[in-house]
Design a protein around this ligand. Structure first.
Ligand code: ATR
Length: 280
């Protein structure tokens, strides 16, 4: 039997990662000779673990929280989109042996929004949170030419600083949460880590425009607090980040194997598994 190429995801925690399942489905679809495993790697062991992985023939890695900035530092070369957000979620060995760092998160979000027929062009967009997750998606959102993008954060200064940094990619303004009152948005994206604690960022009711869409970058086996809030606000769609997760994985798979898997069947299968786990 042919030897399998080795890929993995490193993160901390990693136990609940769906990435091995997603890549297994991609592999089955495309008949690739590869394996993909998950490994818990604390930040202080990252450089040793990654060096060891590539020294022993590993072909590619995904890096998730809290390792994306460290992966950026590790990569010998970076793609433009990784340079812009200063974070890397995909490492790949190039033909010359150098390690390339890329970031497929923003592309994953935009593809999932398009799959769900959510058009950013000319939309009034609100992005909640000014941490690493927002940094990864700001430029790809601005590239889609929204009418405007407001970046709101609990700590106002972080929103202003991040907005300032991304000004050259399009119109983006920093804001606190209180100033959102009375405004209307066609798309509200939650990139805070509040969902991890089943909390809702402190935004007022009534800021979602008619037919507006809510999108949480986080996902879980149950609807997140933000997804529930979106439904209460009569959102046309209130989605979590499961689709984005599959799409960013597909983009990484393409970087490694130069084959695009069919993501729809994978997303449908994960949705079905989730419904089944809720019925249990
Ligand atoms: P990540 O890499 O996931 O973005 P992070 O860099 O620690 O994580 O950023 C977390 C973001 O979620 C921050 O914008 C944080 O707001 P502050 O900068 O004010 O800390 C935001 N956040 C976390 N919990 C929140 C909550 N309960 N309500 C509102 N914002 C919250």
């Amino acid at each position: 039997m042919a030897k399998k190429d080795r890929y993995a995801v490193f993160g901390n925690p990693i136990k609940h990662s769906k990435s091995p399942r997603i890549h297994k489905m991609f592999v089955e679809q495309t008949n690739q000779q590869m394996e993909y495993t998950a490994k818990e790697v604390p930040a202080e062991k990252f450089f040793t673990a990654v060096t060891d992985f590539f020294d022993h023939g590993g072909k590619g890695l995904n890096c998730t929280l809290p390792l994306k900035e460290l992966a950026f530092d590790f990569a010998d070369e970076k793609t433009e989109r990784a340079e812009i957000c200063k974070a890397v979620n995909t490492l790949a060995v190039k033909a010359n042996g150098k390690i390339l760092g890329d970031n497929t998160d923003g592309c994953g979000l935009i593809t999932d929004l398009k799959n769900n027929r959510v058009d950013i062009k000319n939309a009034r967009v609100l992005l909640l949170g000014a941490g690493g997750a927002s940094r990864g998606i700001l430029a790809p959102i601005l590239e889609q030419s929204p009418r405007h993008l407001i970046l709101a954060n609990r700590t106002r200064k972080k929103a202003d600083d991040l907005a300032e940094e991304f000004h050259l990619y399009g119109f983006v303004d920093g804001s606190g949460f209180a100033e959102l009152k009375g405004k209307k948005f066609d798309l509200i994206i939650n990139a805070t880590s509040a969902s991890l604690y089943d909390e809702m960022p402190p935004v007022e009711s009534g800021i979602l425009a008619e037919n507006g869409v809510c999108y949480d970058l986080a996902y879980g086996n149950r609807p997140t607090a933000f997804v529930r809030w979106g439904a209460e606000q009569n959102a046309r769609l209130s989605l979590d980040g499961l689709g984005m997760l599959v799409e960013q994985a597909a983009e990484a798979f393409y970087i490694w194997r130069k084959i695009r898997p069919d993501t729809k069947v994978v997303i449908d299968s994960l949705h079905a598994a989730r419904r089944f786990s809720l019925d249990e």
